[in-house]
Design a protein around this ligand. Structure first.
Ligand code: NDP
Length: 487
């Protein structure tokens, strides 16, 4: 059963200084649903001049925000939460249509991941602490040091299409909480989820200019946001190659980079096999594999290989691929043609190298069948690079040292996972796998909103969620006092 009959055509504008306005280019571009190619709507094709206007508005509004009491900012965020909850179903349908994730996944992104950010930011703000150093290294006993934090200023938020509401709102909610103003630049295939966030903040009553949205190409609008000296910090989530380019044009400003992954899922010979199969189903096929935390490589101990692959294939065969708006669909399409080409390239490479296709391996339009490739070795493209599609490459190992070596042989280090029933093996894998997170006996494709999130190596710079992202979005300030100079 499909959830909507007659989808509304969306025609949205830029949001600058509290007004919904056209781009100075006068141009718009179309957004089409990856599910069936239908028109979702249009948004303005912003320019560098629009970015400049948005940064100027944010700079003025930031002073207003920073002068507000903490209690007031927290109240606005709570109000935003209530508004977002009220809109949740409509926002999930829009997200489903523009992104292509299933309606179940879209509802989960909106209600389970995105909407709690407003509350976490409001409450985290109240618990954000500085420090007082009651003594110093000076000979004088009259010196004191206070370490406090101030808003960093204007934050540019450049976001991808795979989590088009949740990811930009991690930065947005926490930036607004600490008194920063923001300029959003959403992914061009999924701009409406960010526009929905801006509508929520507007209705909640945030001062005009504290939230701005400029839609348009990454290469012009996104790059200008990074290059422009008016932004003090950039929260960027996207491909490693784009992130590396941004480090070259940013100049001296805070960069929080959440980049690509190639997560290993290690299945030891003492693992709970059924649980490890379910972990790969979520890890490899959730959102058609288009998640930075996905299980991009499944490393299976030789002793349990046959049983594991057989059970994984049986479970994969039950997945229903189709229209993302259909409640019964387990896996929707890939989001865009460029990503489909990359997945195809990895599949072709695996065929040429003699990979054994246990199931799947075909792409029609944007729909890729859930694919299991056995006999993958470190030379395969899918073992070296991020595939970002519904593919489970099976690699085999014989010892824990071998598993750790394979797990760490890519330039990425976002999330790893391992299944074992031995506490000792769990510790060794937890410590040995070089990733920002290692889940023991859980899928790669999960994260806790109250824990630090981010990558080692080429998977990123900095950590987000809770106080970790607030630290990234504030400046540390030290104020010293000499009590001997006063009566
Ligand atoms: P891209 O790097 O292609 O795009 C991300 C964003 O950057 C988009 O808004 C894009 O705009 C913009 N952009 C593109 N080029 C530039 C540029 N030259 N200057 C400034 N901005 C630019 O990534 P995808 O959207 O394809 O997202 C998928 C990637 O994101 C995967 O590698 C995935 O692993 C990673 N990711 C990482 C996460 C993490 O937390 N580590 C979480 C989610 C995804 P436009 O759309 O207009 O091109």
């Amino acid at each position: 059963m499909s959830v909507i009959v007659e989808p509304e055509l969306l025609e949205k504008k830029l949001f600058i200084g509290g007004e919904w306005v056209d781009s100075e280019s006068g141009e718009v571009f179309e957004v089409r649903s990856p599910g069936d190619g239908s028109l979702v709507g249009t948004v303005p094709k912003g320019t560098e001049a629009d970015v400049q206007r948005a940064i100027e508005a944010a700079t003025q509004a930031q002073k207003v925000l920073a002068a507000m009491s903490v209690r007031r900012r927290a109240e606005l965020l709570w109000r935003a939460f209530e508004i977002a909850q009220r809109r949740a179903e409509g926002d999930a349908i829009t997200l489903c249509r523009e992104c292509g994730k299933t309606i179940t996944e879209a509802r989960s992104e909106v209600s389970h991941y995105n909407n709690p950010h407003y509350i976490e930011a409001a409450e985290g703000l109240k618990r954000f602490r500085g420090a007082v150093h009651p003594w110093t290294q000076s000979d004088s006993t009259d010196k004191r040091i206070v370490v406090t934090r101030e808003p960093i200023g204007v934050v540019g938020i450049i976001s991808p299409w795979n989590w088009p509401a949740d990811i930009p709102n991690i930065a947005a909610s926490h930036a607004l909480a600490v008194g920063d103003a923001i300029v959003f630049k959403p992914a061009s295939t999924t701009p409406f989820s960010v526009i929905n966030l801006a509508e929520v903040y507007e209705e909640a009553g945030f001062p005009p200019g504290s939230v701005n949205v400029v839609t348009g190409p990454g290469t012009t609008v996104g790059a200008e946001l990074v290059r422009n000296p008016g932004t003090n910090a950039i929260h960027f989530t996207g491909e490693t190659a784009t992130g590396e380019y941004l480090t070259q044009i940013a100049g001296v400003k805070r960069l929080l980079l959440e980049l690509g992954g190639n997560g290993p899922l290690v299945v030891m010979d003492d693992a709970n096999i059924d649980a490890a199969v379910e972990a790969a189903i979520v890890g490899c096929f959730y959102l058609a594999g288009q998640v930075c935390t996905a299980s991009e490589r499944v490393l299976v101990h030789r002793a349990v290989h046959d049983e594991y692959v057989e059970k994984l294939a049986a479970r994969t065969g039950k997945l229903r691929v189709g229209n993302p708006l259909d409640e019964a669909t387990d896996m929707g399409p890939l989001n865009n043609v460029a990503n489909a080409r990359k997945v195809q390239e990895h599949i072709d490479d695996a065929r040429e190298r003699g990979g054994e296709f246990v199931c799947g391996g075909t792409i029609e339009g944007l729909y890729c069948q859930p694919t299991i490739v056995d006999g993958v070795t470190s030379e395969f493209l899918m073992a070296r690079d991020e595939t970002f599609g519904p593919v489970a490459p099976i690699m085999t190992f014989g010892t824990i040292d071998e598993a750790i070596e394979i797990a760490n042989e890519t330039p990425y280090g976002l999330q790893g996972a391992a299944f074992t029933s031995s506490l000792r093996t769990a510790w060794l894998l937890g410590e040995g796998i070089k990733c920002g997170t290692v889940h023991i006996n859980d899928t790669n494709n999960t994260w806790d909103q109250l824990a630090p999130f981010g990558g080692f190596k080429k998977s990123g710079l900095g950590r987000e969620l809770t106080n970790y992202v607030m630290e990234e979005l504030t400046e540390v300030k030290q104020i010293t006092f000499d009590l001997s100079k006063v009566r």
